[in-house]
Design a protein around this ligand. Structure first.
Ligand code: G6P
Length: 608
C-alpha cells in the first residue's frame, strides 16, 4: 500500500524523505513523488515506476532545496499508475499539496460537487478531491480546513499536507490508515511506518483515528476532529536498526527465513513457565478463556492460512469448535455471533483493512476479540480486547515468512492453553507437546542447512507453468501457504488442494510432467496421501514429496523427496513450511524476479 514520509527540520528535507520512502518500499508501490517548500514555492517532482527513477530525477533529492516536505509511494487504486496520478497532488494555484494513503469512498459525489463549482481535476485519483476541498475550506487556518474536510469525507486516509501560506509546517491526519509522527532534536517526521524514520529517531507518536497533527521545528501539536488540542504521549521504539536492514543476505526474504528459529523462540519461550503455558500478559483470565465454547479465526492472506492451521490444532488438542474465515468474506456474510464465541483476528501488520473491519464488527456484536499481531501499537493491537504478540520483529519482504511461522506458533500456545484448561489432553501428553514446542527453533535451524538441495531442485522448475500442492489435515493448511508463497514471488500459477479432493475434478489437469508437491507429515494420514501420490503419478505427474525422516520408503513412490525432522504431529507445519519457503525463494531468484517486492503486491493492505 502507499507509503508516506515527511520531514521538517534543520536538514535538507528531500534526501531524508527519499530515504524514508525507500524504507517503505516493502509496502508495494508503482510510482513516487516528493514536494518541498524551497523558500518561494512548493516544488514537486513525481515519477512512475521504482523509487530510483525519482532519485535519479532529483539527484537523490539534491536538486530539491528546502527544509520542509512530504513524499509518497503510490499503490494505484483509483487511476492507473502514471506520473500524473502519482502523489503529491496540488491545487490549481500550487498552494496546497497533499499525499494520501487510503480510499475516499464518497469521492464520486464530492468530485461532482467540486466540478459543478468549477474546480478542474488533473488526475484520476480520489485523492484530488481532498486537495480541492482543502482549497475550498481554507480561510487562513489549516487545521480548520482539514477538520472540515474530515467531517465530509468517507473512507480511510492517512494524509500529509503542506500549505504555502504556512511554509514551515507539515500537517497530518488519519482515519483507518496508519500514520506516525516522529521527533528528534534535528527535526520532526511523519511516516506510514517505523522503519522510515528509525535511523533518525525512536521517539514516536501513534496517531489515532480522526486526529490531526501540526509539525513545526519548534512544536508538535495534536488536535481532535473538532479542532480541539489534545495531549499525546510518545513511545520509544526499541527495535534494533539492523532489524530493518539486509545484514549480508541478498534479500530480506532470505534473511527473514533465516531469522525464523529466533522469531519462533522469542514467541514461544517467554510463554512457557514452570512446565505450563503462561498467557497472563494477553489480558484474558483463565476463567474468561474457559467461558468460550467456540472460536472464530478471521484474517487475510498468509495470516488466514495460519488460522487454518490454528483451526486444526485447536480442534484436535482443545476439542473446541473452531472456524477460520477470510476477513473479506466474514465481514459481509452476516456472521452469527454469540457471547460464548472468541473471535481471533490474526495480522502481521495489525493494519489490514478487512481484518480491522471484522474486528470492529465482532466487538460491535458484543464478542471478545483476541488479536495475534506482530506490530506493537498497530490498530488491531490497540482495538482488540486482548493481544498475543508474535515477536517476529520487523518483516520487510512482502512475502511473509517469519511472521507466519510465529503466527502458527502462537496458535500452538493457545491450543495447549485451552487443552490444559479444558482437560482435553492428559498431563503427560501436555508435557510431551510442551517439550516438542521448545525443540522447534532448533529443528527449524537444522532445516536451513538443506538450502542447496532445494535450490538445485528449484532450478529445474524455473520454466514450469503450473504447480499443484497436495496434503491432508494440517498438511493441507500448509499447502495453502506454500502455494501462495510460490505464486506471490515466482508468478507461477499454483494451487493447493486437499489431497482427497483431487479426484473430484482437479486430477483432470494432470499431464505428463506436471509438478505436484505432496506434503505427507502426518503418520495417521500417510497411507492416504501416498495413495493420492500414486493417483497423480499414474497420470504422468512428477512428484516432489515432503515427509519426515521416518519415511524413507517415500522414495519408491515420489520422484524427489525432501525430508524434515519429526515433531509432535500438530506442530509439523512449522518444519514442513521451511523447505517450501526456500523453494519459492529460489524459484523467484532463478527467474530473476524482484523477490522482496513482487509486482502488484503490498505488504500492508490498508484498503478494502
Ligand atoms: C498482504 C500481504 C500478505 C499478508 C496479508 C495479510 O496481502 O502481502 O503477505 O499475509 O496482506 O496481512 P496482515 O498484515 O494482516 O498479516
Amino acid at each position: 500500500m502507499c507509503g508516506i514520509a515527511g520531514y521538517i527540520g534543520k536538514q535538507q528535507a528531500a534526501p531524508i524523505i527519499l530515504d524514508g520512502l525507500s524504507r517503505l518500499e516493502y509496502r508495494g508501490y508503482d510510482s513516487a513523488g516528493v514536494a518541498v517548500y524551497d523558500g518561494e514555492r512548493i516544488h514537486m517532482e513525481k515519477a512512475q515506476g521504482r523509487l530510483r527513477v525519482l532519485e535519479e530525477l532529483t539527484q537523490h533529492g539534491a536538486t530539491m532545496p528546502g527544509f520542509c516536505g512530504i513524499g509518497h509511494t503510490r499503490w494505484a487504486t483509483h487511476g492507473s499508475p502514471s506520473d500524473t496520478n502519482a502523489h503529491p497532488h496540488m491545487n490549481e494555484s500550487n498552494s496546497i499539496a497533499v499525499v494520501h494513503n487510503g480510499i475516499i469512498e464518497n469521492y464520486a459525489q464530492l468530485k461532482q460537487r467540486l466540478l459543478n463549482k468549477g474546480y478542474h481535476f488533473a488526475s484520476e485519483t480520489d485523492t484530488e478531491v481532498l486537495v480541492h476541498m482543502l482549497t475550498e475550506y481554507y480561510n487562513g487556518d489549516p487545521v480548520e480546513a482539514i477538520e472540515k474536510v474530515m467531517h465530509r469525507v468517507e473512507g480511510s486516509y492517512a494524509l500529509g499536507i503542506m500549505f504555502l501560506d504556512h511554509p514551515h509546517h507539515i500537517y497530518a491526519a488519519r482515519k483507518d490508515s496508519p500514520l506516525i509522527v516522529g521527533e528528534s532534536s534535528d527535526g520532526k517526521f511523519i511516516a506510514s511506518d517505523v522503519p522510515a524514520i528509525l535511523q533518525y529517531t525512536r521517539t514516536v507518536y501513534y496517531m489515532e483515528n480522526e486526529e490531526i497533527a501540526c509539525l513545526s521545528t519548534e512544536h508538535t501539536r495534536f488536535f481532535n476532529v473538532d479542532g480541539e488540542p489534545i495531549q499525546k504521549t510518545p513511545v520509544t521504539i526499541d527495535w534494533d536498526i539492523h532489524a530493518a536492514e539486509k545484514g549480508g543476505f541478498e534479500h530480506f526474504m532470505l534473511k527473514e527465513i533465516h531469522e525464523q528459529p529466533k522469531a519462533i523462540k522469542d514467541t514461544i519461550s517467554p510463554r512457557i513457565k514452570d512446565g505450563d503455558i503462561d498467557l497472563s500478559e494477553i489480558g484474558m483470565s483463565d476463567e474468561e478463556l474457559l467461558s468460550f465454547h467456540k472460536i472464530t479465526i478471521v484474517a487475510c492472506g498468509s495470516a488466514y492460512h495460519s488460522g487454518v492451521t490454528g483451526r486444526y490444532v485447536l480442534e484436535d488438542l482443545a476439542r473446541i469448535p473452531t472456524e477460520a474465515d477470510l476477513a473479506s468474506e466474514f465481514r459481509y456474510r452476516n456472521p452469527i455471533y454469540d457471547a460464548g464465541t472468541l473471535v481471533i483476528v490474526v495480522s502481521q501488520s495489525g493494519e489490514t483493512a478487512d481484518s480491522l473491519a471484522a474486528l470492529r464488527d465482532a466487538k460491535a456484536h458484543g464478542c471478545k476479540v483476541l488479536a495475534i499481531v506482530n506490530v506493537v501499537g498497530s490498530s488491531i493491537a490497540r482495538e482488540a480486547d486482548a493481544v498475543l504478540y508474535t515477536w517476529a520483529g520487523p518483516e520487510i519482504a512482502v512475502a511473509t515468512t517469519k511472521a507466519y511461522s510465529c503466527q502458527i506458533a502462537a496458535f500452538y500456545l493457545l491450543a495447549l492453553k485451552f487443552a490444559r484448561l479444558r482437560s482435553t489432553i492428559t498431563p503427560e501428553r501436555f508435557q510431551t507437546l510442551l517439550d516438542a514446542l521448545s525443540c522447534l527453533p532448533g529443528q527449524v535451524e537444522s532445516l536451513l542447512a538443506q538450502k542447496e538441495k532445494i535450490q538445485f531442485f528449484a532450478n529445474h522448475y524455473l520454466a514450469t507453468e503450473h504447480i499443484f500442492f497436495i496434503g491432508r489435515g494440517i498438511d493441507y493448511a500448509l499447502c495453502l501457504e506454500a502455494s501462495l508463497k510460490l505464486k506471490e514471488i515466482s508468478y507461477i500459477h499454483s494451487e493447493a488442494y486437499a489431497a482427497g479432493e483431487l479426484k473430484h475434478g482437479t486430477i483432470s489437469l494432470m499431464e505428463n510432467g506436471t509438478l505436484v508437491i505432496a506434503v505427507a507429515t502426518q503418520d495417521a494420514l500417510y497411507p492416504k496421501t501416498v495413495s493420492n501420490i500414486v493417483e497423480v503419478k499414474t497420470r504422468g505427474a512428477f512428484v516432489m514429496a515432503v515427509t519426515t525422516l521416518q519415511h524413507p520408503e517415500m522414495e519408491k513412490c515420489a520422484d524427489y523427496v525432501l525430508y524434515v525432522p519429526k515433531t509432535a504431529a500438530p506442530f509439523m507445519d512449522s518444519l514442513a513450511i521451511v523447505p517450501l519457503q526456500l523453494f519459492a525463494y529460489y524459484v523467484s531468484l532463478g527467474r530473476g524476479l524482484d523477490v522482496d517486492k513482487p509486482r502488484n503486491l503490498a505488504k500492508s493492505v490498508t484498503v478494502e
